[in-house]
Structures are given as C-alpha cells and as structure tokens.
Design a protein around this ligand. Structure first.
Ligand SMILES: NC(=O)CCC(=O)C(=O)O
Length: 307
C-alpha cells in the first residue's frame, strides 16, 4: 500500500436528535458540524436519516433529489462542509431519483470545498421480522443501491455503508482489500437489535479487516412513538478496541484514525499475507469496477455540466 500522506485523521460523529421538522434538523446538523470542526475534526459524520424521522411512512414525504437538481438538504450539506472545511459524510437522507422516481436511503459525501464527491445508496435494505419485537421493511418503499462506495482523502480511501450494510462482511472486506483505511456507517439500530448486535458487528468488521470502523446514530428520541434509535455511535480501532462511544443522548463523539497504529496491527497480525485463496475465493476478483460507479459518473457529469 502506498504510504498515506498523513497519519492521524481526526473524526467526529454527530449523534443528534432528529425531529419531524426538516429545516430544524438541517440547522441542528449545521451547528454540530461547525462545532466539531472548531474542535479540530477533519472528517465529520452525520446519522442515518438525519433530516427526516426514520420510517417508511416518512420517506416519500421527506425525499429529495440529489443529482440533477440537488434538494435543500444537499445544498445545506455542501455549505456545511465548505464552511467547516471538513470531509462530511452526510448521514443519509431519503432520496428521490429524478429520472426513475424510485426512492433510496442515500449517503452523500462532500469534500472540504463542499463538492459532492460520491453518494452511497444503501445496498442491503433493512427488512427484518423479529416476532413480538420488531418488524421493519424498508423495501416497502425503498429500492436498493447497486454499487459499493468509497471516497478519497489525504489519509487514504474510506469506505461507506449505511446501517444494515454493517451486517454484510463482504462489503467491508472488499473495501479493505482495495486499500480503504476504514469504513464509516451512518446507522440507526434500535432498542431491539442495538444492544445485541451494534457493537459486536462494528468490532467484527474492524478485526476482520484490521481497519477502523465508525458509526453514527441519531440520539434516542424523546417521543416514544418514534423509531427507537439505539444511539451509541462509536469509533473502533483495527484490533477491535472501542476508542470512543456515545450513550443514548445527543452528543458529538471525537476520536482518531491513527494509521501508524493500523500499520502496527497489520504487522503483528499479517492476515493480509496469510490468506489462502487456493482454498476460498478472493472476494476482490471482479469487483474493481464496482467502486467506480454509475452514481459517481453522474456526479462527475454534473460537475462538468456546471463548469
Ligand atoms: N436502519 C437499519 O438499517 C437498522 C439495522 C438494524 O437495526 C439491524 O439490526 O441490522
């Protein structure tokens, strides 16, 4: 792997309260992003569904376009990234594709100049049925994305997934083998699945790949009729240590991706050199095209059109 330009990436996770007032959510996100930047963060992450309550009944009403005529959330996020001078993983928003009219759960990512650099559409939709506890079916209204996503920084490439994507190790593994230094997941686990799986899955993805994992959840809502977001946004080290973790309430979590520590972990546990592709397939075969994607092409086209 080429040596990264910098060794320490300062990360902030904005675990914010989300309401049913979009303008209020955008304003709250802006205040937190600026605060995080003021405290030194270089990469700021917002929660899954940060501009809208999380629920299939809300997605159509809150959905906005991202690409051709960016909606108010995209415009606000671009400005936040630029004003704060940070890489901004813009949580997720319900997206309406202007051409197909399909809805997606989408994570827009911005560079420090406020340019939209990529969009991850949630690939694995959250469809579960835990008897007596939780039934949720995103696929009632959402379509799944069809690409894997990463973006470049001075510290290295960073992979992006959204919440339920965390359960699928292949996705993180492909990112790691293509050189990503970590995965970032805006996420909204809940009070049923959160306590059992959230930290376990994050630590597993980190240790599987000896890279960083960061998740950002909404704060637990005060209104008991809302989706009960779990909270506990976290940053995990390449050897599975919990470097920083929120509780349930609104807060900003600060931590670092220390690439020297990642290199040490990879020297100590040389799994990247020890894989037995003679016994099982290399998940990266044939996937190199996947990370340079149809949506990124749209973003590039959009930049070209506007220049
Ligand atoms: N928003 C989500 O995708 C929730 C995922 C979740 O709770 C899980 O258990 O997985």
């Amino acid at each position: 792997m080429a040596s990264p330009a910098k060794n320490l990436l300062r990360v902030a996770l904005v675990q914010m309260q989300v309401s049913s007032n979009k303008a209020q959510n955008l304003q709250r996100a802006r205040e937190h992003v600026l605060t995080a930047a003021h405290k030194g963060a270089e990469l700021v992450v917002l929660p899954e569904c940060f501009n809208s309550p999380y629920g299939v009944q809300h997605f159509p009403q809150f959905a906005e376009p991202i690409h051709c005529t960016p909606g108010e959330s995209i415009q606000a996020l671009a400005k936040m990234a630029k004003d704060a001078n940070v890489y901004l993983v813009g949580g997720s928003i319900p997206e309406r594709d202007e051409q197909t009219h399909k809805l997606y759960n989408s994570c827009p990512v911005f560079d420090r100049q406020g340019h939209l650099v990529t969009v991850h559409r949630k690939v694995h939709l959250f469809d579960i049925d835990v008897p007596g506890k939780m039934t949720f079916k995103e696929s009632d209204v959402l379509s799944p994305g069809c690409k894997l996503t990463s973006f470049s920084t001075e510290w290295g490439e960073i992979g992006v997934g959204i919440c339920y994507d965390l359960r699928f190790p292949e996705m993180a593994m492909v990112a790691a083998r293509q050189g990503c230094i970590g995965m970032v997941y805006p996420a909204a686990f809940n009070t049923t699945t959160g306590p059992v799986f959230f930290e376990l899955l994050q630590r597993a993805r980190a240790v599987d790949n000896l890279f960083f994992v960061a998740t950002c959840s909404p704060a637990r809502p005060t209104d008991p009729s809302s989706y009960p977001a779990w909270g506990y946004s976290s940053v995990i080290s390449p050897i599975g240590e919990v470097l920083a973790k929120a509780q349930e309430t609104e807060t900003i979590v600060y931590s670092e991706f220390d690439l020297v520590k990642m290199a040490e972990a990879r020297r100590s546990y040389p799994i990247y050199q020890q894989r037995r592709f003679d016994l099982y397939p290399d998940v990266n075969q044939g996937t190199h095209q996947v990370l340079s994607l149809e949506v990124d092409q749209q973003v590039a086209q959009q930049k070209q059109d506007s220049s």
